[in-house]
Design a protein around this ligand. Structure first.
Ligand code: SF4
Length: 266
């Protein structure tokens, strides 16, 4: 109860400061793209195959191939099974990987390690640490950081069994998941990641193969909905911003709060 009050007070304090910062030095908001399709028709074809090619047969992909070959009965088998089966379930902006609902995801918190991932395109265009990088100074005295969702998460969410990361490329998040599996071999690895639908569908099998479970929250704004946009984004060419829409941000922070409460009770 004390932890809950503490979280609510800290969040209210952050939100109040963010309003003041916005009035003093507003960051650029994302342009609305409410009528834009999340994946352009025609780009759906061979999506998963393209994901596999992108991950395994480009620079740095050897690490994943080697991991799969060393674990043929777990990783390789799960990967191939995920290819023929549905590897994630969608409910509006939420994509469930090895989980069936938000409640189910929360029930897995105990004894787990959590990876919280933001896409780099969620960073403000004015980010003092630059955009196409996993760096984040999280300078709470900066008017820019005070309006940034990543800054808010870093301010509120501190747990020795959870990690916040910013994702420049798909390979970076795949490597981070592999690192966590190596570091915590006996723990369940969970993830809570914000990204575009295209990427979530392209790489769903990889999550299934690693045996990690989690939720992906779909981003709005200037997301990638074609292969061309995705490839440019992977090279850091992404002039627009993305963000949560509707109640996704509230839900996202509720999950972080729930994690803290669970860890405090165990
Ligand atoms: S909190 Fe991090 S990501 Fe956000 S603006 Fe500051 S340095 Fe950039």
């Amino acid at each position: 109860m004390k932890q809950e009050i503490c979280w609510k007070e800290s969040e209210a304090c952050w939100d109040k400061q963010a309003v003041i910062a916005k009035k003093t030095c507003p960051i650029q908001e994302h342009a609305s793209t409410s009528k834009v399709l999340f994946i352009v028709p025609g780009e759906q074809r061979f999506l998963r195959l393209r994901g596999a090619t992108w991950l395994f047969f480009r620079k740095g992909g050897f690490r994943f191939i080697r991991h799969f070959l060393f674990h043929p009965f777990s990783c390789l088998f799960r990967y191939l099974r995920a290819f023929v089966k549905k590897s994630c379930e969608q409910q509006d902006d939420y994509f469930f990987y090895g989980t069936t609902s938000v409640k189910h995801f929360i029930n897995l918190f105990e004894d787990s390690i959590l990876l919280v991932g933001f896409s780099y395109c969620q960073k403000p265009l004015e980010c003092p640490s630059k955009r196409f990088t996993s760096d984040c100074a999280a300078d709470f005295s900066s008017l820019i950081c005070q309006q940034c969702i990543i800054g808010k998460a870093k301010y509120l969410f501190k747990s020795d069994r959870a990690f916040i990361t910013i994702i420049p490329t798909v390979k970076d998040i795949a490597n981070t998941l592999l690192d966590l599996k190596g570091r915590f071999p006996s723990r369940r690895i969970l993830f809570l990641i914000a990204t575009c639908e295209l990427a979530m569908r392209m790489f769903a099998e990889f999550a299934a193969a690693l045996g990690v479970q989690g939720i992906g929250i779909r981003l709005h704004g200037r997301f990638c909905n074609t292969q061309t946009a995705f490839k440019l984004s992977e090279r850091g060419i992404k002039p627009g911003r993305t963000s949560f829409e509707g109640d996704a941000e509230t839900q996202f922070f509720s999950l972080l709060q729930e994690w803290i409460l669970t860890k405090f009770q165990t």
